[in-house]
Design a protein around this ligand. Structure first.
Ligand SMILES: [Zn+2]
Length: 117
């Protein structure tokens, strides 16, 4: 499943951060998930809950924030947030000559950790 490999690399990233900051556990993980990423939030949650056992994230809560599609128009230069609508058409000038600049991927937004001091 796609979501399991995503969570697996997410866990590696989190463990790196935790080590770097000397944290002994992670209490909260916030991720942004693009609406175009093809990631199912329910499956992501399930994968996280499966993977987190016996890791530094064992007691962590996963918060998933859906990110809207963002496009930038090559004709008028305007950046637009498309909301629920998965369209690549520029709302400003109607051009289809646009570039997707957000809402396609998953990224780590923030972490809450606890350390000894
Ligand atoms: Zn435009």
């Amino acid at each position: 499943m796609h979501e399991f490999s995503i969570v697996s690399s997410l866990m590696n990233l989190i463990e790196d951060y935790a080590r770097q900051y000397g944290a002994k556990k992670v209490t909260k993980v916030v991720v942004g998930v693009g609406r175009l990423s093809g990631i199912e939030p329910d499956l992501l949650q399930l994968a996280f809950d499966t993977f987190k056992e016996k890791t530094i994230c064992e007691e962590a809560e996963l918060v998933i924030e859906m990110e809207d599609l963002k496009i930038q128009c090559r004709d008028c230069g305007k950046t637009s947030t498309m909301g629920e609508k998965l369209s690549r058409k520029c709302p400003n000038c109607g051009s289809l000559n646009t570039e997707i600049i957000g809402g396609q991927e998953l990224y780590l937004k923030s972490l809450e950790m606890e350390s000894d001091d």
